[in-house]
Write a protein that binds this ligand. Structure first.
Ligand code: SAH
Length: 260
């Protein structure tokens, strides 16, 4: 059986308990060496066969999986963050399905959650933004026109951009053309949860120069939105004394002047 496992954003103790157990039991581990912390491999058995997929093609990865399966071995395919976000897992799963090989998935902490933790950030502040757009600037991989940064920027919602740290000049233009004000708060989070993490706060206007000043061109997330400065939000209804919930009876009085 093949287990697709999310490695988490970087720190080796940010893998799930289940994911760690799978690493400990694996006979074969294929890990995404460009972004997975190699310290996670310390959880592997001594005789575990370990492959770094950064140097392999899809076909080569598939070949290792198929061979392991023929030998009756347990394989972990270790992906950075959570495999459902820009993980290129579907193409592997389709090959396994074609070959009749069983597989399952174990979630991981995506880097956008790691970066929020580094910033002590709530992406969805009431009265500021209730949505998070997860997207990327168009690079070698095309982005459908309806999902362009410009189109999403028009919503003014919180935005998290993956795979875009090397494209900040054009990205900034698109963010501004789409409708974010130039002084909208922004953050560049480099290697969130790794020892070498850098958290840089700036504005949409200063994204490029901020990243350039710190020589950041990859392994970073770009976060845009007024939630970053957390001013003028409203307190939650869930914990409001006046509000009745499934678990708690409220007074019925709601204080409308309870914004921060
Ligand atoms: N599946 C991964 C994303 C893989 S795409 C996840 O859930 O996080 C690779 C991109 O993810 C990088 O270009 C970068 O934008 C982002 N990324 C991955 N790990 C990161 C980290 N620790 N800090 C900041 N960005 C990270």
């Amino acid at each position: 059986m093949i287990h697709f496992v999310g490695a988490g954003p970087g720190a080796e103790d940010l893998i799930t308990v289940r994911g760690k157990k799978m690493l400990e039991e694996a006979d074969v581990i294929i890990y995404a060496g460009s972004l997975v912390n190699p310290k996670l491999l310390d959880y592997a058995k001594e005789d575990c066969r370990i492959y770094n997929s950064a140097r392999m093609t899809l076909e080569e990865v598939a070949e290792v999986m198929i061979r392991s399966e023929e030998e009756g071995l347990m394989t972990v395919r270790l992906h950075t963050g959570d495999a459902s976000i820009y993980g290129a897992v579907r193409e592997q799963m389709d090959i396994l399905e074609e070959k009749g090989i069983a597989y399952d998935s174990c979630p991981g902490v995506s880097s956008f959650c790691g970066a929020a933790a580094s910033l002590n950030l709530e992406y969805t502040l009431p009265g500021v933004s209730q949505s998070v757009v997860i997207t990327r600037a168009e690079g070698r991989t095309a982005v459908p026109e309806k999902e362009s940064v410009r189109a999403f920027a028009a919503h003014g919602a919180t935005m998290v951009l993956f795979l875009s740290a090397g494209l900040l000049e054009t990205l900034t233009e698109q963010l501004l053309e789409g409708g974010y004000a130039s002084d909208t708060p922004a953050a560049v989070v480099y290697k969130a949860t790794w020892p070498e993490e850098k958290v840089l706060l700036c504005t949409v206007n200063t994204l490029y120069e901020t990243a350039r000043a710190h020589r950041i061109t990859k392994t970073a997330l770009i976060i845009i939105g007024n939630v970053l400065t957390h001013s003028h939000y409203e307190r939650s209804r869930l914990y409001h004394p006046g509000f009745t919930t499934e678990y708690r009876k409220g007074t019925g009085e709601t204080d409308e002047n309870s914004s921060h």
